[in-house]
Each structure stands twice: as structure tokens, then as C-alpha cells.
Design a protein around this ligand. Structure first.
Ligand SMILES: [Zn+2]
Length: 313
């Protein structure tokens, strides 16, 4: 059986055909044009789907389903996209519009949920019955897989780990609340923490690495300096790991999944992230005399968007 997955992003839209072994047989991409009317954007995506099927040497009759991952929230039951800021879509009947171009079943979900599903069928959490995928980048994205299916809540708005309130009246968040978890656990948070530390102690290796220009500071700068045992970077990174450990313990205390998978830019730190995190998070788990969930790094990378979307059902 062949399925098509579509990964919708603010700059580009990728479509791919996958087979039963989750191999991508063909890929096609188009640039995102958010200024186009909604119906035209959907028509272009439908056109991309047809051309990727042809590229794989298939007719549309051979495609059993089409799935779409979006950087926003959708009602999986109705096919309505509720909010997708990057695309300028608010309460749009995506599936109804898309079905004007095809009679193949169409499924829609959030991109972090889609990546969570991809890892749980074809990636690092394959063969687990429950997993939580956490993507650590500019923000924190998350997806919950229970019994092999995405759980995004009864109304499709759940699974937002990044906006769980972590610090009462804490750092203001882009969502309007204060003290959200992503303000303490994202790459953005690590950069903010390092900038604050540098303003008090400019004699750090990090300053040399960015030639004294604080605007050039990235999460990678802090991580690389900590790897080289710079005292200030090590201190900031240890504090950051402690925050992440508390976030992961929240996941365990609330859901106790079999596996927690980490993706996103910060996951590139590899074992330098995994080792201290695995060591620290059980301290905050209340039943930590019991076996703990495994923490693993995502392995599918950018292919997760296509594979996971294709596996939506
Ligand atoms: Zn928030």
C-alpha cells in the first residue's frame, strides 16, 4: 500500500510517497505562498500530491490515504484547521476544500504529533505502546502517542507541553500566559539564561566564541562552551538541564509513558544532553523507586514530517 504525507511549513511544503516499509519513494516540494487565497493554496498542495504520485510511478488509485502535518492545531475529526499562524489559517475547512480535488481519505494533525507518530511507527520509539515526543527548538513542541495513536485531546488542543505553567507568574510567554515551560526549556530559554549570566560575568569563553557580540549567541554556543568546561557555560547548562529534568519528570508523573523521545535543534547535543538528563530527571519523579521511562533521541529527522503525516489514519 502507498500513502502520501505532506509536511506544511511556513517557507515550504513537502509531499512524499511512502510504502509499507515507511520508505520514501518520491518527494516533491513547493514554496509556501501565504498571500494566495486559501482555495488556491489548497489547490497547489493537491497539485503537488498528484505530481509526487506520478514521480513515484503511481496512479492516484494506488494511494490509500493522504495525511497532512501543520504547524498549528486541527480538529482531526472534522478536518478543520483551527489555528495555523505561519500559514495565516484560522478556522478553515481544510479537508472539505482538499476533497474537492481528490476522493482519497485525508487526515490532518499538528506537526509535533505527526513527528511523534513517525518515531513511534518507524523510528526510535517503534514497538512501544506509549511515547511522548518532545521537540526542543525555538519553542517546545510535543506529541503524545497512546496505544499506537496520537492523543491530542478531545477537542484537538491538548498535548501542549510547552505551555504547561512551570513557574507561577514567571517569564512572559508568546501565548499570553506567564511562566510557561518553554520559557525555561527551549533553545530560546538557554540563550536567555546565558545572556543574563554573561552580563554579570563577561569573562567567559562564550564571549570569545561570539567575538563579544551577544546577539550572535546561540544555544550551540552555550553547549559547546560547556563541553569545553567553561565555568559560566557549565553553570548555565547545568541549570538548564535541571529545568529540563523537572519538565521530563512532569511528563512521567502525569503520563508515565514507555519512552520519551527528544527531537529539535537542542537534541543535536546528543549524549551531552541525554546523559545528564537521564541522571537528573528521576530525582523529581515521585515513584522513582519504580522503573523509569527510557529517554531517547529522535532518529528520523526531517523525514518524520512526511512519514508521520502519511501514517495518519
Ligand atoms: Zn505559553
Amino acid at each position: 500500500m502507498f500513502r502520501i504525507g505532506i509536511d506544511v511549513g511556513g517557507t515550504g511544503i513537502q509531499a512524499g510517497v511512502i510504502d509499507d516499509s515507511f520508505r520514501i519513494l518520491a518527494e516533491e516540494s513547493i514554496p509556501t505562498r501565504t498571500s494566495d487565497p486559501f482555495a488556491d493554496q489548497v489547490a497547489r498542495i493537491a497539485g503537488c500530491v498528484k505530481s509526487v504520485a506520478a514521480k513515484a510511478g503511481l496512479t492516484m488509485e494506488q494511494i490509500v490515504s493522504i495525511g497532512i502535518g501543520i504547524p498549528g492545531i486541527a480538529n482531526a475529526a472534522t478536518g478543520e484547521i483551527i489555528k495555523c499562524t505561519n500559514m495565516g489559517w484560522y478556522h478553515v475547512p481544510f479537508r472539505n476544500e482538499f476533497m474537492k480535488h481528490t476522493s482519497i481519505p485525508v487526515f490532518i494533525d499538528n506537526d509535533a504529533n505527526v513527528a511523534a507518530l513517525a518515531e513511534s511507527v518507524a523510528g526510535v520509539s517503534a514497538d512501544s505502546s506509549s511515547s511522548v515526543f518532545v521537540t526542543i527548538g525555538t519553542g517546545i513542541g510535543s506529541g503524545i502517542i497512546l496505544n499506537g495513536r496520537i492523543w491530542s485531546g478531545f477537542h484537538g488542543i491538548g498535548g501542549e507541553l510547552g505551555h504547561v505553567i512551570f513557574d507561577l507568574d514567571g517569564v512572559p510567554c508568546t501565548c499570553g500566559n506567564k511562566g510557561c515551560l518553554e520559557r525555561y526549556c527551549s533553545a530560546t530559554a538557554l540563550i536567555r539564561m546565558a545572556r543574563e549570566a554573561i552580563s554579570l560575568h563577561p569573562e567567559t569563553l562564550m564571549m570569545k566564541m561570539i567575538s563579544g557580540d551577544v546577539s550572535r549567541l546561540e544555544a550551540r554556543t552555550v553547549i559547546d562552551a560547556a563541553r569545553q568546561s567553561d565555568p559560566l557555560a557549565s553553570e548555565v547548562y547545568a541549570q538548564y538541564i535541571d529545568q529540563l529534568a523537572q519538565a521530563f519528570a512532569n511528563i512521567v508523573n502525569f503520563l508515565d509513558p514507555e519512552v520519551i523521545v527528544i527531537g529539535g535543534g537542542v537534541s543535536k547535543a546528543g549524549n551531552f544532553l541525554l546523559d545528564p538528563l537521564r541522571r537528573e530527571f528521576p530525582k523529581y519523579v515521585i515513584y522513582n523507586d519504580q522503573p523509569m521511562p527510557e529517554i531517547k533521541l529522535a532518529i528520523l529527522g526531517s523525514e518524520a514530517g512526511i512519514i508521520g503525516a502519511a501514517m495518519l489514519s
